[in-house]
Ligand binder design. Structure first.
Ligand SMILES: [Zn+2]
Length: 294
């Protein structure tokens, strides 16, 4: 109970046309007129409470497996854009409009609905990427508190709170892998078939690869990394990248059992290999589906 609340602004206890409400943010009681209540106004006792409510909601997020997976996807393929005109932030996740289509059409919207109760649909952006975009200030602040903010490329890592719980860590890695890893099959001798599995990725962030290396080794995987690898891209710019590879069928089977993939871009690669014993480089999703269903 708050004493003296009858002296609060807007609170006139002897007015019969007043309705007593509880502020969503500070949970203090305050009075508003019936007409304001009908307009669905008067959720907060003050402008400050209205401003601060998102910080209260941000603290209510609890990491579970679904949320850890979504965070992994955002660390992989997400970015947080500030719209300076509207003074708000958009969380954008973008992939390839062909290879990631199934994942963005169904799996990802369902995961966002489950975790944030937000409905969203993918669209093709001006850069031809396949994009899912949504807005949630509480979630954006929650991510910020975990250290996930834009621009993130070189500094992203696995949030500490996720590393603490192996189930959450595995879900995070699945989300990150669905966004940024691939499954390829290499030749073991010249002219031979592409049959030897490799789960692989590369990141601009050295810290992220170091985190992944430690986490995956702790989970019992064997792997190779290469840090600060300089290479020239098509336009002649030098970029620095960090590689992580998990080679061989033992790693693959362990990954499928303990972490898994949810993106058809990757699962179709596995299913082709399982069916015919190899997978040629540069296959398309359509080609792989044909082999699997044929
Ligand atoms: Zn309040």
């Amino acid at each position: 109970m708050i004493k003296n609340n009858q002296f609060k602004k807007g609170h006139i206890p002897w007015n019969k046309n007043q309705i007593i409400k509880t502020c969503l943010n500070c949970e203090n009681k305050f009075g508003i007129s019936k007409s304001r209540n009908l307009q669905k106004r008067g959720k907060y006792c003050s402008i400050n409470c209205k401003k601060n409510y998102k910080y209260k909601l941000a603290k209510k997020f609890k990491i579970n497996e679904d949320l850890a997976e979504l965070i992994g996807i955002i660390v992989g393929d997400g970015c947080i854009n500030k719209n300076y005109k509207r003074k708000d932030y958009r969380i954008q996740i973008s992939g390839n409009q062909i290879e990631d289509k199934d994942y963005y059409d169904k799996y990802l919207p369902e995961l966002i609905k489950k975790t944030l109760n937000i409905n969203c649909k993918p669209y093709i952006g001006s850069n031809k990427a396949y994009i899912i975009q949504f807005q949630s200030e509480p979630f954006r602040i929650f991510l910020h508190n975990l250290g996930i903010k834009s621009p993130k490329a070189k500094t992203s890592n696995i949030p500490k709170i996720i590393k603490k719980n192996p189930l959450h860590l595995k879900s995070f890695i699945r989300g990150l892998a669905d966004a940024d890893f691939t499954l390829i099959f290499t030749k073991r001798k010249k002219g031979g078939p592409n049959y030897y599995p490799r789960i692989a990725s590369q990141f601009a962030s050295e810290i992220l690869v170091k985190d992944l290396e430690k986490s995956l080794r702790d989970l019992g995987f064997t792997l190779n990394t290469k840090y600060n690898y300089k290479r020239k891209d098509k336009r002649g710019f030098t970029t620095i990248t960090n590689f992580i590879n998990l080679d061989g069928p033992i790693n693959l089977n362990k990954w499928l059992k303990e972490i898994g993939f949810s993106n058809n871009r990757i699962t179709t690669r596995y299913l082709v290999w399982k069916k015919i014993g190899y997978l040629k480089p540069k296959s398309t999703l359509q080609e792989r589906k044909k082999i699997i269903n044929g």
